[in-house]
Write a protein that binds this ligand. Structure first.
Ligand SMILES: NC(=O)c1ccc[n+]([C@@H]2O[C@H](COP(=O)([O-])OP(=O)(O)OC[C@H]3O[C@@H](n4cnc5c(N)ncnc54)[C@H](O)[C@@H]3O)[C@@H](O)[C@H]2O)c1
Length: 397
């Protein structure tokens, strides 16, 4: 059983507590920190948390908690992580790790120097659907992953600080792209180095300094492409979808809208529907188990099991640092309208070179490019002559 100090009582603090305290969960939030005494006290009462404080240091240093969860706005992650490392406490930090790679690197170095356990709370790499698809990919069911397209769009964040570039580090890319980038890395392989990024981003709707919509491509050393599509301008709820295309197969994942429960109501009886739902009449798409569907439950199981077992979790601060480095390149690309290289002075993956798809020999002279059953019952083969390079087709009745 772990006793946790939770820093922050906003949306994510609530989701984390729901995930940890659900059913008969043995790990508990023991102390909660908020700037406001009233908010800290109300949150503690609501979730059965024995202690609350308005003092960040007290929440981190108190002897009764052995894990710190950072659920504060982005500009406060570094200060909280450094304080946790100095107190020699295990620390789990929400996404994005930093506002940029320099901040993320300082956090990574602080926890590693202190020798404390660290986990990057990237829940969308832990949804039950994603874990299932990642396992199928690991088994080779879709062959070599060539292209991962990941989308997170909604109508914009729920608190002021997200919209302030200085506090958040950017707009939709830092807020939502961090999820999409890490989802793509997970499928392509975390050992494979991200090389360069091109990104379009613009402020289409809102009067803010940052981008409220962006689309980017991340090119990996083995030839794979990660594509992220993020927006704060999308109407109709929260669209969370991933597509993974490999040499031998394809996976499509839809995490939020139209995933099982579809309900029509003509009358507004109030009540919550699901995160970022825009309406509570008409056709609604409630979610049976929000903390489970968003990955929070499996994420904390992995994090706290890893802590108990003395191993690293699936997502560490190193992953958060790599994601921040990719985002830095995306912002540079957005400004320059050019491909920008991903600066990773700390790289711990392999140096895998690009490898081609596994093409089958058709006969001694030809390699098979494509085989297709035609409507007339024949089979067509597209072949390349190994010696001359000529491309020909053969048809078998
Ligand atoms: N899926 C996810 O993993 C996910 C989802 C939402 C948010 N987040 C992340 O969680 C963090 C918090 O986001 P949120 O949605 O909970 O935000 P929020 O605005 O709902 O809550 C933030 C909390 O921090 C407090 N706070 C704000 N400014 C502060 C300050 N200067 N000092 C101390 N406390 C302050 C607020 O009062 C509030 O309790 C962010 O880093 C965000 O990116 C992650």
């Amino acid at each position: 059983m772990r006793r946790i100090s939770l820093l922050g009582t906003g949306l994510i603090g609530m989701f984390y507590t729901m995930a940890l305290h659900r059913h008969r969960g043995q790990d508990r939030v023991h102390m909660v920190y908020s700037r406001s005494r009233e908010r800290a006290s109300n949150f503690a009462v609501q979730w059965g948390i024995p202690r609350h404080t308005t003092n960040l240091e007290e929440a981190i240093r108190n002897d009764e908690s052995d894990v710190i969860i950072v659920a504060l706005p982005n500009h406060l992650h570094e200060e909280a992580v450094i304080a946790a490392a100095e107190a020699r406490k295990a620390v789990l930090c929400t996404k994005p790790l930093g506002r940029n790679a320099a901040e993320a690197r300082r956090m990574l170095e602080a926890v590693e120097k202190a020798g404390v356990f660290h986990g990057y709370l990237e829940d969308l790499c832990y949804t039950p659907k994603t874990l299932n698809a990642l396992e199928a990919t690991r088994r080779g069911s879709i062959g070599k992953v060539l292209w991962v397209r990941s989308r997170e769009t909604h109508s914009g964040p729920h608190s002021d600080w997200f919209w302030n570039k200085d506090l958040s580090g950017g707009g939709a890319v830092i807020d939502l792209g961090c999820h999409c980038i890490e989802i793509a890395r997970s499928f392509i392989g975390k050992d494979v180095r991200p090389l360069e990024v091109v990104c379009w981003g613009d402020t289409q709707v809102h009067p803010i300094e940052a981008e409220d919509h962006a689309i980017g491509l991340v090119r990996y050393e083995n030839g794979a492409i990660g594509q992220f599509e993020v927006s704060w301008n999308f109407r109709g709820g929260m669209d969370l979808r991933d597509e993974v295309a490999g040499t031998e197969g394809t996976v499509w994942l839809n995490h939020w809208l139209r995933t099982g429960i579809e309900m029509y109501t003509a009358v507004n009886k109030g009540g919550y529907v699901s995160e970022k739902a825009e309406s509570n009449t008409g056709w609604l798409f409630p979610v049976g188990d929000e903390p489970g569907a968003l990955g929070y439950v499996d994420m904390f199981t992995d994090m706290l099991n890893a802590l108990d077992d003395g191993r690293s979790p699936r997502e560490t601060f190193y992953d958060g640092y790599v994601v921040n480095a990719i985002i830095d390149a995306a912002y540079a690309a957005m400004a320059s309208k050019q491909w920008q290289s991903v600066e990773l002075p700390i790289w711990r993956g392999s140096g895998a070179a690009a490898d081609g798809a596994n093409l089958r020999d058709f006969d001694a002279e030809h390699v098979l490019l494509k085989e297709e059953q035609m409507m007339d019952g024949s089979t067509k083969y597209i072949l390349r002559n190994k010696r001359t390079g000529q491309i020909v087709q053969r048809t078998q009745p």
